[in-house]
Write a protein that binds this ligand. Structure first.
Ligand SMILES: NC(=O)c1ccc[n+]([C@@H]2O[C@H](COP(=O)([O-])OP(=O)(O)OC[C@H]3O[C@@H](n4cnc5c(N)ncnc54)[C@H](O)[C@@H]3O)[C@@H](O)[C@H]2O)c1
Length: 362
């Protein structure tokens, strides 16, 4: 009997598996061979190098994310893919030249065969927003690009996590989940991780407090219908309104409105001034990868297909989720007041309509 255990390169690490001692593999009498065979099947299915990342799309967002990941020390190998091969090669070289100041890793331009064993594949390929263009305006162009990329991944025996970053991220997360056929816990989008970081940053500035002590979420669409979940917002356990009073801010309704608008318009403002946004999203990608690689089980507002939370079904949008080595472990049932619930459902309806329109035309 051939045991596929022997085919696995010894330096690789795998999900959900232990490398069993050799004498156990051949101890047929005890029945262990059978159990090893079962584990081996899992091994072959999930042939993943946990220290390997791939980035598809090496424009502003892809290259900034590659740079952030190179500095993170999370990965020992990173492959860059772009429709423009020269661009991927140039970025790989440029980023590699920073390695003597970071941690050793291999960074190279490649193609789809190189990503079969990647632990995380980050898809940033797609057109960026033009000044004045909404994320949803991008939908047709980028769904078409995903129609080329995702089937290439689906052809591989891919056992890792697919992290969607290209916009409109919620629609593309849904598209990627459907086209790839991968389990839903392993296909999710950066969603409102960036918007939530913007909210924390602005609140931190407003209150004169470390933004890491601010606990608040932007949920729903990464885009115009997103909602700030104010009712659960707090600063280190102190309800937000109480903390605002303590810091001398009393006009809560106006402040909440202004801050939520500022978060929502951040991308438009930055694109107006410098044509693209990429550093904030690059740090968001790094944070999500950290939760996966270090199995942190962090609660992050990633975009994923919903199954019933607040009556929302069959649409990808951001809800807090526990993120660890297997991707999404569970959606976290955050408390929302009636107005927030209604706004979230409206956000889901808007996205569902876009998905219907897009898929019916394609
Ligand atoms: N989720 C977020 O929070 C967030 C934040 C910022 C930008 N974005 C999105 O990220 C995407 C990329 O933005 P950008 O500024 O890097 O754009 P960009 O134009 O600079 O880069 C896009 C890259 O994708 C490549 N590409 C296009 N089609 C491809 C294909 N089929 N295969 C491989 N590569 C392909 C292009 O050659 C280009 O290098 C956009 O959709 C943008 O809206 C998302």
């Amino acid at each position: 009997m051939v045991c596929s255990f022997t085919k696995i390169p010894p330096f690789y690490s795998y999900y959900n598996m232990k490398l069993l001692p050799v004498q156990q593999i051949f101890s047929e009498k005890s029945g262990i061979l059978e159990s090893v065979k079962k584990e081996s099947e899992v091994m072959v299915m999930k042939n993943v190098n946990i220290r390997k990342a791939a980035i598809i799309g090496c424009g502003f967002v892809g290259s900034a994310s590659a740079f952030a990941l190179m500095q993170s020390g999370l990965f020992s190998e990173m492959v860059l893919i772009d429709a423009d091969r020269q661009k991927a090669e140039g970025e790989a070289l440029d980023i590699s030249h920073g390695l003597p100041f970071a941690k050793p890793m291999q960074i190279y331009a490649g193609d789809y065969d190189d990503i079969a064993d990647a632990n995380v594949v980050i898809v940033t390929a797609g057109a960026g927003q033009k000044p004045g263009e909404t994320r949803l305006d991008l939908v047709k162009k980028n769904v078409a690009i995903f129609g080329k990329i995702i089937p290439e991944i689906a052809k591989l025996d891919f056992g890792g996590i697919l992290l969607v970053v290209a916009n409109p991220v919620d629609v593309l997360t849904y598209t990627a989940a459907k086209l790839s056929g991968l389990p839903e816990n392993r296909v999710f989008g950066s969603g409102t991780v960036l918007d939530t970081a913007r909210l924390k940053y602005i609140l931190g500035e407003h209150l004169g407090v470390d933004s890491r002590s601010v606990h608040a979420f932007i949920l729903g669409e990464h885009g115009d219908s997103e909602i700030a979940a104010w009712s659960s917002a707090n600063v280190s356990g102190i309800p937000l309104h109480d903390f605002c009073e303590m810091r001398g801010h009393h006009d809560h309704v106006q402040a909440m409105h202004d801050i939520a608008e500022s978060v929502k318009n951040s991308a438009y403002d930055i694109i107006e001034k410098k044509k693209a946004t990429y550093y904030g999203i690059a740090m968001s990608v790094r944070r999500i990868c950290e939760a996966i690689i270090l199995d942190q089980k962090s609660v992050l507002p990633v975009s994923h297909i919903q199954h019933g939370a607040f009556g929302i079904e069959g649409v990808a949008l951001s809800m807090p989720a526990i993120v660890g080595k297997d991707g999404i472990e569970a959606t976290v049932p955050i408390g929302l007041n009636d107005a927030e619930k209604a706004a979230l459902q409206k956000s889901a309806d808007a996205l569902r309509q876009v998905i219907r329109d897009t898929l019916s035309e394609s």
